[in-house]
Design a protein around this ligand. Structure first.
Ligand SMILES: [Ca+2]
Ligand SMILES: [Ca+2]
Ligand SMILES: [Ca+2]
Ligand SMILES: [Ca+2]
Length: 289
């Protein structure tokens, strides 16, 4: 997290505190909200563009239909070309893209009305990202972001408080910085701190090779009539296998975190799991397919 961001959050917390004593509820259209919601939008774009299984253990709270939807999203990711073009992760560029999208009058900031649009498109609940925001990236992975939001919704009420949202945005920004450093470490051949065209092409080729390998393994296992695509029946078999794996993982997680042994995770029991997922997110884990 940058120093400016930290200062911003302190200021934001102070504003919230002052306001909650007096006139209006915290979180309603203060200037600090702009950075926070733009950051959440940037976090959505980031998790959509990744190829991996970010936040996968959030499956602990998914029902069968949600597991199927996650499985479909995962398979679509493997079927389409990767959207990762080999560049280094840039969270501020994503923030700028979200801001530009909602800054209708072009004055470089979000008015109360513009900010309300962004908030509405992000949605109050975990499963609502509206098209205007969703279509801003090169692809939208709603379930990937559902899992991220699940991990930061620490009180499990299905919505993010200002504090939960701040933690999410800071974590996704830290993740981006980590992924950026990892990519530079691998591909910045001349050590100048950026990826030039040749270095970026090398990174892109590595991403594609990795994707192709995963895709080939998938086709090996599920393209039973060998026609090079997954037909409906093959897709059903794959989805069933993935849902079964997710259910198995859920059972393991409940086993681990259900300390009172009643077979389900209370909010208090789920908290250490949520924090473990947060840690993996911050550490840049599960980013690539
Ligand atoms: Ca504006
Ligand atoms: Ca919450
Ligand atoms: Ca370089
Ligand atoms: Ca329990």
């Amino acid at each position: 997290m940058s120093r400016i961001t930290t200062r911003h959050h302190l200021l934001s917390a102070a504003l919230c505190f002052t306001m909650s004593l007096g006139l209006s509820a915290c979180g309603n259209d203060t200037p600090a909200d702009e950075a926070l919601y733009v950051g959440e939008g940037a976090s959505f774009l980031a998790s959509s563009e990744e190829g991996g299984d970010i936040g996968s253990d959030a499956v602990v709270e998914a029902d069968a239909a949600q597991m199927e939807a996650m499985s479909d999203e995962h398979v679509s990711g493997l079927e389409g070309e990767p959207v990762d073009e080999g560049g280094a992760c840039d969270f501020s560029a994503r923030r700028a893209a979200v801001l530009a999208k909602y800054d209708d009058d072009g004055d470089g900031k979000l008015s109360v009305r513009e900010l309300r649009e962004l908030k509405a498109d992000l949605g109050e609940r975990r499963d609502t990202i509206r098209p205007r925001l969703a279509q801003l990236g090169r692809r939208a992975r709603h379930w990937a972001f559902w899992r991220v939001r699940w991990a930061f919704d620490e009180d499990g009420n299905g919505a993010l408080s200002a504090e939960e949202r701040t933690t999410l945005v800071d974590a996704m920004e830290a993740r981006c910085e980590r992924l950026r450093a990892e990519r530079l470490e691998k591909f910045d051949a001349n050590d100048d701190g950026t990826l030039d065209e040749t270095e970026r092409q090398a990174a892109r080729a590595a991403v594609r090779a990795h994707w192709a390998e995963k895709r080939a393994a998938l086709m090996d296992a599920y393209d039973t009539n060998d026609n090079g695509v997954l037909d409906n029946g093959e897709r059903v078999a794959l989805r069933q296998a993935r849902v079964a794996a997710a259910q198995e993982r859920r059972a393991e997680l409940v086993e681990t975190y259900d300390t009172d042994g009643d077979g389900r995770l209370s909010t208090a029991e789920a908290l250490p799991l949520r924090q473990e997922i947060q840690r993996r997110i911050i550490e840049g884990r599960d980013a690539e397919e």
